[in-house]
Design a protein around this ligand. Structure first.
Ligand SMILES: C[S@@+](CC[C@H](N)C(=O)[O-])C[C@H]1O[C@@H](n2cnc3c(N)ncnc32)[C@H](O)[C@@H]1O
Ligand code: SF4
Length: 258
Protein backbone atom coordinates (compact mmCIF):
# COMPACT_ATOMS: atom_id res chain seq x y z
CA UNK A 1 0.00 0.00 0.00
CA UNK A 2 1.14 3.54 -0.72
CA UNK A 3 -0.82 6.34 0.98
CA UNK A 4 1.65 9.20 0.33
CA UNK A 5 -0.97 11.13 -1.68
CA UNK A 6 -3.09 11.23 1.49
CA UNK A 7 -0.35 12.49 3.87
CA UNK A 8 -1.98 14.00 7.00
CA UNK A 9 -5.46 12.84 5.98
CA UNK A 10 -7.78 12.12 8.96
CA UNK A 11 -9.33 8.68 8.41
CA UNK A 12 -10.01 5.17 9.72
CA UNK A 13 -7.54 3.13 7.61
CA UNK A 14 -8.15 -0.53 6.70
CA UNK A 15 -5.74 -3.38 7.24
CA UNK A 16 -6.16 -7.07 6.26
CA UNK A 17 -4.72 -9.97 8.24
CA UNK A 18 -6.49 -12.34 5.82
CA UNK A 19 -8.85 -12.33 2.84
CA UNK A 20 -11.90 -14.51 2.12
CA UNK A 21 -14.41 -16.27 4.37
CA UNK A 22 -15.23 -19.98 4.51
CA UNK A 23 -18.83 -19.56 5.78
CA UNK A 24 -21.53 -19.95 3.16
CA UNK A 25 -24.17 -17.21 3.59
CA UNK A 26 -26.27 -17.52 0.45
CA UNK A 27 -26.32 -13.79 -0.44
CA UNK A 28 -22.58 -13.17 -0.04
CA UNK A 29 -19.91 -12.88 -2.74
CA UNK A 30 -16.79 -12.72 -0.57
CA UNK A 31 -14.34 -15.33 -1.99
CA UNK A 32 -14.68 -18.68 -0.17
CA UNK A 33 -10.94 -19.31 0.05
CA UNK A 34 -9.43 -18.07 3.30
CA UNK A 35 -5.92 -16.68 2.68
CA UNK A 36 -3.83 -15.35 5.59
CA UNK A 37 -1.48 -12.43 4.87
CA UNK A 38 2.23 -12.99 5.40
CA UNK A 39 3.68 -11.18 8.41
CA UNK A 40 6.10 -9.40 6.08
CA UNK A 41 3.24 -7.92 4.01
CA UNK A 42 1.29 -7.00 7.12
CA UNK A 43 4.21 -5.08 8.63
CA UNK A 44 4.73 -3.30 5.30
CA UNK A 45 1.01 -2.32 5.26
CA UNK A 46 1.26 -0.98 8.84
CA UNK A 47 4.37 1.02 7.85
CA UNK A 48 2.40 2.52 4.95
CA UNK A 49 -0.09 4.04 7.44
CA UNK A 50 2.62 6.17 9.07
CA UNK A 51 1.75 9.43 7.27
CA UNK A 52 -2.00 9.21 7.91
CA UNK A 53 -3.84 10.72 10.85
CA UNK A 54 -5.96 8.10 12.63
CA UNK A 55 -7.13 7.00 16.07
CA UNK A 56 -8.80 3.71 15.02
CA UNK A 57 -7.95 1.00 12.45
CA UNK A 58 -10.62 -1.11 10.69
CA UNK A 59 -9.48 -4.74 10.33
CA UNK A 60 -10.88 -5.78 6.96
CA UNK A 61 -10.85 -9.58 7.56
CA UNK A 62 -14.36 -10.69 6.62
CA UNK A 63 -14.83 -12.98 9.64
CA UNK A 64 -12.13 -11.99 12.14
CA UNK A 65 -10.96 -15.01 14.15
CA UNK A 66 -11.50 -17.46 11.30
CA UNK A 67 -7.95 -17.28 9.90
CA UNK A 68 -5.39 -18.84 12.24
CA UNK A 69 -3.17 -15.74 12.30
CA UNK A 70 -5.69 -13.42 14.07
CA UNK A 71 -3.49 -12.98 17.15
CA UNK A 72 -0.81 -11.32 14.99
CA UNK A 73 -2.95 -8.23 15.71
CA UNK A 74 -0.80 -7.90 18.88
CA UNK A 75 2.15 -7.07 16.63
CA UNK A 76 0.14 -4.39 14.78
CA UNK A 77 -1.00 -2.95 18.13
CA UNK A 78 2.57 -2.74 19.43
CA UNK A 79 3.93 -1.11 16.27
CA UNK A 80 1.14 1.49 16.23
CA UNK A 81 1.32 2.19 19.99
CA UNK A 82 5.09 2.75 19.71
CA UNK A 83 4.39 5.28 16.99
CA UNK A 84 1.61 7.29 18.68
CA UNK A 85 0.01 7.83 22.10
CA UNK A 86 -3.28 8.66 20.39
CA UNK A 87 -4.34 5.21 19.18
CA UNK A 88 -7.70 4.05 20.54
CA UNK A 89 -7.95 0.55 19.06
CA UNK A 90 -9.36 -1.66 16.33
CA UNK A 91 -12.74 -2.28 14.73
CA UNK A 92 -13.21 -5.90 13.58
CA UNK A 93 -16.08 -7.64 11.80
CA UNK A 94 -17.18 -11.22 12.51
CA UNK A 95 -20.35 -13.27 12.98
CA UNK A 96 -21.77 -13.52 16.55
CA UNK A 97 -21.05 -17.27 16.72
CA UNK A 98 -17.28 -16.60 16.52
CA UNK A 99 -17.64 -13.72 19.00
CA UNK A 100 -19.52 -15.95 21.46
CA UNK A 101 -16.71 -18.56 21.61
CA UNK A 102 -15.46 -18.80 25.20
CA UNK A 103 -12.58 -16.36 25.74
CA UNK A 104 -12.56 -14.98 22.18
CA UNK A 105 -13.84 -11.44 22.81
CA UNK A 106 -11.76 -11.23 25.99
CA UNK A 107 -8.65 -12.04 23.89
CA UNK A 108 -9.76 -9.47 21.29
CA UNK A 109 -10.07 -6.83 24.00
CA UNK A 110 -6.49 -7.56 25.10
CA UNK A 111 -5.37 -7.17 21.48
CA UNK A 112 -6.94 -3.69 21.43
CA UNK A 113 -10.30 -4.39 19.75
CA UNK A 114 -12.93 -1.88 20.92
CA UNK A 115 -15.69 -2.16 18.28
CA UNK A 116 -17.07 -5.36 16.73
CA UNK A 117 -19.20 -5.28 13.60
CA UNK A 118 -21.65 -8.22 13.41
CA UNK A 119 -23.40 -9.32 10.23
CA UNK A 120 -26.65 -9.63 12.21
CA UNK A 121 -28.80 -9.12 9.08
CA UNK A 122 -32.08 -9.90 10.89
CA UNK A 123 -32.97 -11.08 14.39
CA UNK A 124 -35.17 -13.99 13.28
CA UNK A 125 -33.87 -17.57 13.47
CA UNK A 126 -35.97 -18.89 10.55
CA UNK A 127 -34.78 -16.10 8.23
CA UNK A 128 -31.16 -16.49 9.42
CA UNK A 129 -31.41 -20.16 8.48
CA UNK A 130 -32.79 -19.25 5.05
CA UNK A 131 -29.84 -16.86 4.55
CA UNK A 132 -27.49 -19.63 5.78
CA UNK A 133 -25.99 -17.29 8.37
CA UNK A 134 -23.64 -19.26 10.66
CA UNK A 135 -25.28 -18.19 13.94
CA UNK A 136 -28.56 -18.07 15.85
CA UNK A 137 -30.16 -15.48 18.13
CA UNK A 138 -28.67 -17.32 21.15
CA UNK A 139 -25.13 -16.58 19.89
CA UNK A 140 -26.06 -12.93 19.34
CA UNK A 141 -27.40 -12.55 22.90
CA UNK A 142 -24.36 -14.27 24.38
CA UNK A 143 -21.89 -12.19 22.33
CA UNK A 144 -23.64 -8.92 23.29
CA UNK A 145 -23.55 -9.81 26.97
CA UNK A 146 -19.79 -10.54 26.82
CA UNK A 147 -19.15 -7.33 24.85
CA UNK A 148 -21.14 -5.27 27.40
CA UNK A 149 -19.15 -6.73 30.32
CA UNK A 150 -15.88 -5.90 28.54
CA UNK A 151 -16.90 -2.33 27.61
CA UNK A 152 -16.85 -3.10 23.86
CA UNK A 153 -19.28 -1.64 21.31
CA UNK A 154 -21.25 -3.49 18.61
CA UNK A 155 -22.02 -2.24 15.10
CA UNK A 156 -24.72 -4.46 13.52
CA UNK A 157 -25.12 -4.84 9.75
CA UNK A 158 -28.84 -5.21 9.05
CA UNK A 159 -30.31 -6.42 5.75
CA UNK A 160 -33.63 -4.82 4.84
CA UNK A 161 -35.98 -6.33 2.24
CA UNK A 162 -35.67 -10.01 3.19
CA UNK A 163 -38.94 -11.60 1.98
CA UNK A 164 -41.29 -12.15 4.93
CA UNK A 165 -39.37 -10.02 7.45
CA UNK A 166 -41.46 -7.69 9.61
CA UNK A 167 -38.30 -6.39 11.40
CA UNK A 168 -39.90 -6.78 14.85
CA UNK A 169 -37.07 -9.05 16.08
CA UNK A 170 -34.36 -6.65 14.90
CA UNK A 171 -36.08 -3.62 16.42
CA UNK A 172 -36.67 -5.31 19.78
CA UNK A 173 -33.05 -6.52 19.86
CA UNK A 174 -31.81 -3.01 19.08
CA UNK A 175 -33.98 -1.48 21.82
CA UNK A 176 -32.57 -3.99 24.32
CA UNK A 177 -28.94 -3.40 23.31
CA UNK A 178 -28.75 0.24 22.25
CA UNK A 179 -26.44 1.00 25.21
CA UNK A 180 -23.67 -0.88 23.34
CA UNK A 181 -24.80 -0.09 19.75
CA UNK A 182 -23.81 3.46 18.79
CA UNK A 183 -24.52 3.04 15.08
CA UNK A 184 -26.29 0.65 12.69
CA UNK A 185 -25.30 -0.26 9.09
CA UNK A 186 -28.19 -1.01 6.72
CA UNK A 187 -28.20 -2.62 3.27
CA UNK A 188 -31.11 -3.65 1.01
CA UNK A 189 -30.96 -7.36 0.13
CA UNK A 190 -29.46 -7.80 -3.33
CA UNK A 191 -28.66 -10.60 -5.73
CA UNK A 192 -25.08 -10.47 -6.97
CA UNK A 193 -23.42 -12.19 -9.90
CA UNK A 194 -20.41 -14.39 -9.25
CA UNK A 195 -21.80 -15.85 -6.04
CA UNK A 196 -19.98 -19.16 -5.59
CA UNK A 197 -22.06 -20.03 -2.49
CA UNK A 198 -25.27 -20.60 -4.43
CA UNK A 199 -28.16 -18.19 -4.50
CA UNK A 200 -31.34 -17.13 -2.76
CA UNK A 201 -33.59 -18.08 -5.69
CA UNK A 202 -34.85 -14.52 -5.91
CA UNK A 203 -35.62 -12.87 -9.28
CA UNK A 204 -32.98 -10.66 -10.87
CA UNK A 205 -34.77 -8.19 -13.10
CA UNK A 206 -32.12 -5.54 -13.38
CA UNK A 207 -29.81 -3.12 -11.66
CA UNK A 208 -32.03 -2.34 -8.63
CA UNK A 209 -32.22 -6.03 -7.66
CA UNK A 210 -28.41 -6.07 -7.55
CA UNK A 211 -27.93 -2.77 -5.69
CA UNK A 212 -27.58 -2.83 -1.88
CA UNK A 213 -28.43 0.89 -1.71
CA UNK A 214 -31.76 0.67 -3.56
CA UNK A 215 -35.10 -0.40 -2.08
CA UNK A 216 -36.94 -1.08 -5.33
CA UNK A 217 -36.77 -4.90 -5.48
CA UNK A 218 -38.70 -7.23 -7.75
CA UNK A 219 -39.62 -9.44 -4.76
CA UNK A 220 -41.04 -6.60 -2.60
CA UNK A 221 -44.55 -5.14 -2.92
CA UNK A 222 -44.86 -1.35 -2.47
CA UNK A 223 -46.16 -1.86 1.07
CA UNK A 224 -43.24 -4.21 1.94
CA UNK A 225 -40.79 -1.65 0.56
CA UNK A 226 -42.45 1.08 2.66
CA UNK A 227 -42.25 -1.21 5.74
CA UNK A 228 -38.50 -1.57 5.09
CA UNK A 229 -38.02 2.21 4.97
CA UNK A 230 -40.01 2.54 8.19
CA UNK A 231 -37.80 -0.09 9.86
CA UNK A 232 -34.66 1.86 8.87
CA UNK A 233 -36.17 5.06 10.31
CA UNK A 234 -37.05 3.20 13.52
CA UNK A 235 -33.50 1.81 13.86
CA UNK A 236 -31.93 5.24 13.30
CA UNK A 237 -34.47 6.75 15.73
CA UNK A 238 -33.56 4.24 18.46
CA UNK A 239 -29.79 4.87 18.20
CA UNK A 240 -30.25 8.63 17.77
CA UNK A 241 -32.49 9.07 20.80
CA UNK A 242 -30.09 7.09 23.03
CA UNK A 243 -26.76 8.41 21.71
CA UNK A 244 -27.53 12.08 20.96
CA UNK A 245 -25.59 14.09 23.56
CA UNK A 246 -23.58 11.05 24.76
CA UNK A 247 -20.07 10.18 23.69
CA UNK A 248 -17.87 7.11 23.81
CA UNK A 249 -14.93 7.74 26.07
CA UNK A 250 -12.17 5.38 24.90
CA UNK A 251 -8.77 5.46 26.55
CA UNK A 252 -5.70 5.51 24.30
CA UNK A 253 -4.36 1.93 24.13
CA UNK A 254 -0.88 2.93 25.24
CA UNK A 255 -2.35 4.40 28.45
CA UNK A 256 -4.69 1.42 29.00
CA UNK A 257 -1.69 -0.96 28.76
CA UNK A 258 0.72 0.94 31.04
C1 LIG B 1 -18.71 -8.86 3.95
S1 LIG B 1 -19.99 -9.06 5.13
C2 LIG B 1 -18.99 -9.25 6.61
C3 LIG B 1 -19.77 -9.58 7.86
C4 LIG B 1 -19.30 -10.75 8.69
N1 LIG B 1 -18.58 -11.73 7.93
C5 LIG B 1 -20.51 -11.40 9.31
O1 LIG B 1 -21.19 -12.15 8.61
O2 LIG B 1 -20.79 -11.14 10.49
C6 LIG B 1 -20.58 -7.38 5.33
C7 LIG B 1 -22.07 -7.15 5.23
O3 LIG B 1 -22.45 -6.80 3.90
C8 LIG B 1 -23.85 -6.98 3.76
N2 LIG B 1 -24.14 -7.71 2.51
C9 LIG B 1 -23.31 -8.57 1.89
N3 LIG B 1 -23.91 -9.07 0.76
C10 LIG B 1 -25.14 -8.51 0.70
C11 LIG B 1 -26.24 -8.63 -0.21
N4 LIG B 1 -26.21 -9.47 -1.25
N5 LIG B 1 -27.34 -7.87 0.02
C12 LIG B 1 -27.39 -7.02 1.08
N6 LIG B 1 -26.40 -6.89 1.98
C13 LIG B 1 -25.29 -7.62 1.80
C14 LIG B 1 -24.32 -7.82 4.98
O4 LIG B 1 -25.04 -7.00 5.86
C15 LIG B 1 -23.01 -8.29 5.59
O5 LIG B 1 -23.08 -8.46 6.98
S1 SF4 C 1 -21.74 -12.63 5.21
FE1 SF4 C 1 -19.93 -12.74 6.46
S2 SF4 C 1 -19.99 -14.82 7.36
FE2 SF4 C 1 -21.38 -14.84 5.65
S3 SF4 C 1 -20.15 -15.66 3.96
FE3 SF4 C 1 -20.11 -13.38 3.84
S4 SF4 C 1 -18.29 -12.77 4.92
FE4 SF4 C 1 -18.71 -14.91 5.50
Amino acid sequence: MDYRLFEGFACIPRLSLSSGCSFRCSFCTVPTQLVPATEERLVADVDALAGLSYGLIFIDDKSFGQAQNWQVLAKVRDIVCNRTDEFYGFIVQTPPSIAARPGFLEACYELGVRYVEFGVETVDDALLKWLRKPFSIGHLRQACSIARDLGMYIIPNLIIGIPGDDYSGSIMWLEDNVDIVPVVNVNWLSVHHGNDRGSLDLPDHGIADRDQNTSNKTWLSPSEEARGHLAIAQCYGITDSYWRGRSIDLQPLAMARS
